[in-house]
Design a protein around this ligand. Structure first.
Ligand code: ADP
Ligand code: MG
Length: 623
């Protein structure tokens, strides 16, 4: 609750809305205790008294009734009706939504067609028709307003529930033997509840307005009972001669509705977890870059090199140093591996190259990325866009989420080609089939017509690779492209990438957490730990003689065929959080050969020999 209020208070306007609405509710609650005259007593002698002149602070209306008293009693009634209508609509609408989304099929069809029927009528006409059928009166107006708002809740909540019902945790709940009712109450409801609250907070305001509208037309509260709408309705005749009789209830409606809407906005921001982490707040087309001194002369003969790259995530007052001074070099026709445990900063390094780290919270605070003499971090958006998916392309881990589910393979490949090349329809099609052939997809013409879900995992990843090859790239960055695949398919994909590297003279930056994969495909390898490179050199050398204790531990985790029975090693402890790194070596707490210097000194990446670098004062090999 405190956390929620804290989040809410980030939005000043919402906080103001909260204060106002609490004040209004408080006044409405204590109205019966206040020394006010009876709101319904007619006193024709004192008609249309202006405010602040007599006992009646806000003046009197056309029947001489005290406006202050009528306003407070009216507000009380309007608030009560508005909130009740919102609650009723939310309760019934959400129940329909959850049941329809959870059970699907016929249940969904029947319920949703019913809702569609309600939605087929114009909103206010439907409310009028319902009140006309039930007869005028505040209670009937409440029911009418609730009914016309049911579809809004039902539709919204159904959508969310459908998404949740297919999640694994629901299957797990089913497997554990829970009944449907229990699953709905304990698994589905808590997940849709924030959406219900958000929908409610944004609709209470409307409902108060709608009830006021019905009362204004004489269909809601009946004389002499006052609510804000009926007060406005009665004041209509005297709008010119005694405008204050309309202004008083009008201003109250404005204040209440505005306060509720502002508060609703704040609640939505605070409850939506995606908005909370700032991910959706303002997505940028490229990663933010801090202002730092730039290197002017880059070597144009290099294909792609990254120098002293630092990428951080600034969340609240925390500063996560996800990548902290990484330098790597991709060479033509060779594969560079980046290896490390999960969370060591491999993906962030790869994404930083093309400014793909999400900002906020990501920010590049130092370094440069040299692509043939151009600094990709500083270059303009247009240049960067022409390179993305063109000369430098990506392959991601999960092809099911990187391929669009609603387009065929052919459509997606053609889209990728046309983004960078100007070809005729026939040429694009030919190129598309060629690409599918080059990644060894059997029967490419047929497969091109398939949707991603019709292909197996290995086939899908081949399609992703074909997409990455679409514009004859010079560099491919592959972020764990085989992790989601089984071992035999992994071997096929690796040999395919290997072949493409040598045939096309590609440079591949291959991210993995598996030394087995490194040995199959990489010429060089950079080992990352807590955002830093701890060892860098030819993979052959590192595989045979790892110098950093972390590297040798990682290698100990890989099973080897033909080496007899041995216990698979694991590394005790966890990688450190990158927002509060201590001085010294980040691996020291998990290392067996730690000495006191490891904890205090700043340890530099240094040469072990001509080709190999290591960040350790007591490396395990000295070749
Ligand atoms: P991996 O080596 O497994 O690919 P990542 O590069 O994805 O690791 O992540 C490195 C660090 O950056 C992790 O500590 C992770 O929590 C953090 N990180 C990555 N993406 C984000 C993000 N969008 N917001 C905040 N922190 C992030
Ligand atoms: Mg990753």
């Amino acid at each position: 609750m405190i956390g929620f209020l804290k989040l809410l208070s980030r939005n000043r306007l919402s906080l103001a809305g909260l204060v106002v609405i609490i004040a209004v509710i408080f006044v409405a609650l204590v109205t019966p205790l206040l020394p006010l005259p009876d709101p319904d007593v007619i006193d024709t002698k004192n008609r249309f008294k202006t405010p602040f002149n007599t006992d009646a602070i806000l003046g009197t209306d056309h029947l001489g009734r005290d406006l202050m008293s009528r306003l407070l009693w009216g507000t009380r009634l309007s608030l009560a009706v508005g909130f009740c209508a919102a609650f009723l609509a939310a309760l019934i609408g959400s129940s329909i939504g959850i049941i329809s989304g959870f059970y699907g099929k016929h249940v969904d069809n029947i319920l949703m067609r019913g809702i569609d029927m309600l939605m087929a009528f114009p909103y206010i006409l439907l409310a009028l028709a319902i009140v006309a059928a039930l007869g005028p009166g505040l209670f009937n107006a409440l029911i009418a307003v609730a009914i016309v708002n049911i579809p809004f809740f039902a539709r919204n909540i159904r959508g969310v529930t459908v998404g949740i019902t297919h999640k694994e945790f629901i299957d797990a709940a089913r497997l554990s033997g829970m009944t449907d009712t229990r699953i709905i109450i304990t698994e589905v409801l808590p997940n849709v509840f924030p959406v219900i609250v958000i929908a409610m907070s944004t609709t209470v305001g409307w409902m108060i307005l709608e009830t006021a509208g019905l009362s204004f037309l004489g269909l809601g509260s009946q004389p002499p009972q006052a609510d804000l709408g009926s007060m406005l309705g009665e004041a209509r005749a005297a709008l010119i001669t005694s405008p204050y009789t309309s202004v008083v209830p009008g201003a109250m409606i404005l204040i209440i509705v505005m306060a509720i809407n502002l508060l609703g906005d704040g609640i939505r921001d605070a409850l939506d977890p995606r908005l909370k982490s700032g991910v959706l707040s303002s997505p940028r087309p490229r990663t933010l870059v801090a202002d730092y001194s730039k290197t002017k002369n880059l070597d144009a003969s290099e294909l792609l090199s990254v120098s002293n790259l630092k990428t951080q995530f600034h969340i609240g007052n925390r500063n996560y140093k996800a990548v902290d001074g990484v330098s790597i070099y991709a060479k033509k026709g060779a594969c560079l591996g980046i290896i490390g445990e999960s969370g060591s900063g491999k993906s962030v390094t790869a994404l930083s190259i093309m400014g793909l780290v999400s900002s906020p919270p990501g920010i590049i605070t130092e370094g440069y990325v040299n692509y043939k003499g151009i600094d990709l971090i500083q270059t303009n958006d247009q240049k960067l866009r022409s390179l993305r998916g063109g000369k430098i392309s990506y392959i991601f881990q999960d092809p099911l989420s990187s391929l669009h589910p609603l387009y065929t393979v052919q459509q997606q490949l053609e889209e990728a080609i046309l983004a960078h090349q100007n070809l005729s329809k026939e040429e694009v099609y030919q190129k598309c089939i060629e690409l599918l052939k080059s990644v060894r997809i059997p029967n490419p013409k047929q497969r091109a017509k398939d949707y991603p879900h019709q292909l197996s995992g290995g086939m899908r990843q081949r399609v992703s690779i074909a997409m990455a090859l679409a514009n004859d790239p010079e560099v491919i960055i592959a972020d764990e492209p085989t992790t989601a695949l089984d071992v035999t398919v992994q071997a096929q994909i690796l040999s395919l990438l290997r072949e493409l590297t040598s045939q096309r003279g590609l440079a591949i930056i291959f991210i993995t957490h598996d030394f087995g994969v490194v040995s199959q495909i990489c010429d060089e390898v950079a080992v990352m730990y807590a955002g830093k490179i701890v060892e860098y050199g030819p993979s052959e050398m590192i595989l045979n003689h790892p110098a950093h204790p972390y590297t040798s531990k990682l290698m100990g985790c890989v099973p080897e065929i033909g080496k007899g029975k041995r216990k698979l090693a694991s590394i005790d402890g966890l990688p450190p959080m990158v927002d509060k790194l201590d001085q010294g070596c980040a691996f020291a707490p998990r290392c067996q050969s730690t000495i006191s210097e490891c904890l205090t000194n700043d340890i530099k990446l240094r040469d072990v020999n001509r080709n190999m670098k290591v960040r350790c004062i007591k490396p395990e090999t000295h070749l």
